[in-house]
Design a protein around this ligand. Sequence first.
Ligand code: ADP
Ligand code: MG
Length: 640
Amino acid sequence: MKTEKHIHGQESCHNCRACACAHGHETEAKNSWNKIIWAAVLFAAALAAPDFLWLKLPLYVASYLLCGTEVLLASFRNIKAGEVFDENFLMALATFGAFAIGEYPEAAAVMLFYQTGERLQELAAGRSRSSIVKLMDLRPDFARVIRQGKEEKINPQDVTPGEITVVLPGERIALDGIIVEGEGHIDASALTGESRPVSALKGKEVLAGCISLDGTLQIRTTKNYQNSAVAKILELAENAANKKSAAEKFITRFARIYTPAVVCVAAAAAILPPLIWEDAPFKIWFYRALIFLVISCPCALVLSVPLGFFGGIGGAAKNGILIKGGSYLERLAHIHTLAFDKTGTLTQGVFEVTGIFAANGVSEQELLRLAATAEQGSNHPIAKALLLRAALPQEQAKTPTSVREYAGEGLACQEGNTQILAGNLRLMERFHIQGAEPAEGTCVYVAENGIYKGRIELGDKPKAGAQKALQELKTLVKQTVVLSGDNPSAVQKTARELGITHAYGGLLPADKVARLEELMKNAPKGSVTAFAGDGINDAPVLARADLALAMGALGSDAAIEAADVVLMTDELNRIPAAIRIARKTLRVVKQNVVFALAVKAGVLLLGVVGLANMWAAVFADVGVSLLAVANSLRPLYFKE
Ligand code: ADP
Ligand code: MG
């Protein structure tokens, strides 16, 4: 695991308190607390010491240097690197100034409080990161592998596909695989957010990261650790923080302009009034300028915005929603049009054969056999249903050769010398097959060597809870649409059941893209058009949408890759949940920005009229930062 991840993507941690890495170095953190304690002791000693400058000054300077050296060095480094104006520079300038006008306690206190605030913020940021990393509890520590009849405990990364691993009750499954021995229940909540245990029977595929609750399972691994769903999810979660939202980018840019502007204003405040008015002593205005500098540290903003997003991403993850970055979280909150794929997204994607209509002279059995033979090569839910129904005996289950899948149409393959086609009418047209007629519902038409053999009718039901989720969504987004490759009549039926008014069927993957683009064109400018699919036959449209949501990521790698937001359970109610979390997060971020700016403006005004001293300034800065950080952590605890 890479520990050095920065929200700001900057090279050095010292410039980037907003990074959520918590600096990862425990000893360093302990040292800095020690430093702060020593500095506080020296500071107190200085305050208590008898009123001799030769006694007080060295104590203040020592306290100052203990806490401030890091800031001074960072400022110096940045100046050398050409980045003059940052918060370190503001602090250095303000405290040097304070020394210059003999305000020693203030100078030392500024650094002392600043460092204390820093450390506390780091703690908070680390907390937030560790919650995201909680997802990473998923990471299996070891795998028990059976090698040469003996059980060995080894690193999951060293297990090769095909080896047999053993998982005891209470242990985490280390690698994706298929259960070959034993049964029980597994807890997939870390992956899906779904706390109900799932039964694990022989022959079932299980994923790394799940916990075996009550059974001892022997699992034949099917993938390397690197290719497992867990490894991918972890990678995504770790990278999520690097994809900056517009708000975060804005803050970074803002700080770059803001800080020099502040320095200029402070300089003007120090120099101009004494020049203009005779009774405006330079010392007082200089002091006020210094206060101004300290107040204007943009720490709270720079820190809390990315942290807020980070919290939102973490909170979503806890609810089984993986958001790949702050920018997607922003878009989630602003969805205008939400288009759905049908099969596997709105519907269970579990088809059942509801009718078999064999052509003259063809038996139902033969028709099913042909269809199932072709579908062996496909992952489509239709294929699964046909295979299940046909239940081909071993000797008949010949693997077809040169299988070609036409997305949104079906399959063509070769079995020995026969060519088999299985798909919809469009596929029949493509191969100029005579005799296939339009029918209601979802149908698979079958042809052998160019001769039509009949059709198999399939039914698919909406997912449990789909209706409720759609109802909820209607209050959250402006428009819902179905874009499906399935038979238009089947699509209309599903849409009606779910209360979706706009439904388009018979679309090829490319048509889906065209329809989506049309929807985008008709949506107001700057609004977000999202597409939710299952990754089967809809990768192009997922890629084209402003925001791609994928279902059932646990199965489909393609979905994890193509989507911006991955819903780890197949449940549709994760979509409204995701939108609500995103909106709450944005609200928190906004609160932080407004609050920080308001408090600063307030103290600034007080400072200008001479009512706030340096202490108030420091409290305003550190206090606001801490409150903002605390607020930023709230999204982590959003419960849906
Ligand atoms: P949806 O957009 O509803 O998810 P798809 O794009 O996955 O639907 O598929 C559209 C249509 O293409 C299906 O309804 C089916 O008629 C046909 N089809 C796609 N793949 C297959 C397959 N493997 N076997 C048979 N028919 C298929
Ligand atoms: Mg589909």
